[in-house]
Design a protein around this ligand. Structure first.
Ligand SMILES: [Zn+2]
Ligand SMILES: [Zn+2]
Length: 254
């Protein structure tokens, strides 16, 4: 089981020095689960030699464009290629309606001679709260994280936990610094892929590097940092982290 980072940058990556933080989970049969499909995905996949034809399964953590903005490309290219089946779309049940009505329907409702909906393009697999869902032989579970508090309501993201060949993996996806809410998963995991903002001013909606420095050495020592901003990076190894994930970096869980 391998995890490939197509990109490890923030939503505002520039040129092609990095791409959006989308990943490919590749199992022992070479099946691939695309974890988030941002508006960069067609480029980041191409850079590693993949096309839409390689993507049969996709998981979406939340609806920001760096995580869901590539679904129009994936849906249309698969739909118009007679050799393709509809990709399987794994998504928390609360995201299904807003994904279609607020993100995709503007561009994807109208086909020549027909009206489409989400199921026209994707075979949708809804994930319920606290449900363990299966992708091939792997069991995964969503972990709701606090991403944006818009005044009165939380816009969550749905991170993932799974055990790959004995290694317990936690991918936070986008999250603000909220260790009290996810400390159990920090403790549980052997390896943590952590959203990390590296700007001097904090946005509040991503865990900033200076905030992550306040975690215990034990937790920091499990962390690979990703979703970072363009520009110079601090010395994460010196500060007790594994480091920053590079574009294209592969983690092999054996
Ligand atoms: Zn993001
Ligand atoms: Zn986000």
């Amino acid at each position: 089981m391998k995890l490939i980072f197509l990109g490890s940058g923030s939503a505002f990556t520039v040129n092609n020095e990095n791409y959006h933080s989308n990943m490919l989970l590749v199992d022992d049969t070479d099946a691939k689960l695309l974890i988030d499909c941002g508006s960069d995905a067609r480029l980041s996949l191409a850079e590693l030699g993949f096309t839409y034809k390689d993507i049969h399964d996709v998981y979406i953590s939340h609806l920001h464009a760096d995580h869901a903005g590539g679904l129009e490309w994936l849906g249309f290219t698969s739909y118009f290629d007679p050799s393709c089946h509809r990709p399987n779309l794994y998504i928390h049940h609360s995201l299904q309606t807003p994904l279609w009505e607020k993100v995709l329907s503007g561009g994807m409702t109208s086909l020549q001679g027909s009206i489409a909906d989400l199921s026209t393009y994707f075979k949708v697999h809804l994930i319920n709260d606290n449900e363990v869902f299966k992708w091939n032989k792997l069991s995964l579970q969503t972990v709701q994280t606090v991403h944006v508090m818009n005044g009165f309501k939380i816009l969550p993201s749905f991170g993932l936990i799974f055990t790959a060949n004995g290694t317990k993996v936690f991918i936070t996806t986008d999250t603000q610094f909220a260790p009290a809410q996810i400390c159990d998963f920090y403790e549980w995991a052997d390896i943590i892929f952590q959203d990390c903002e590296t700007t001097k001013t904090t946005s509040g909606v991503h865990a900033n590097y200076v905030e992550l420095l306040t975690l215990t050495p034990k937790i920091r020592s499990k962390m690979w940092l990703y979703h970072y901003n363009p520009g110079p990076l601090p010395n994460a190894k010196k500060d007790g982290f594994h480091g920053f994930v590079a574009k294209g970096q592969v983690f092999d869980f054996g």
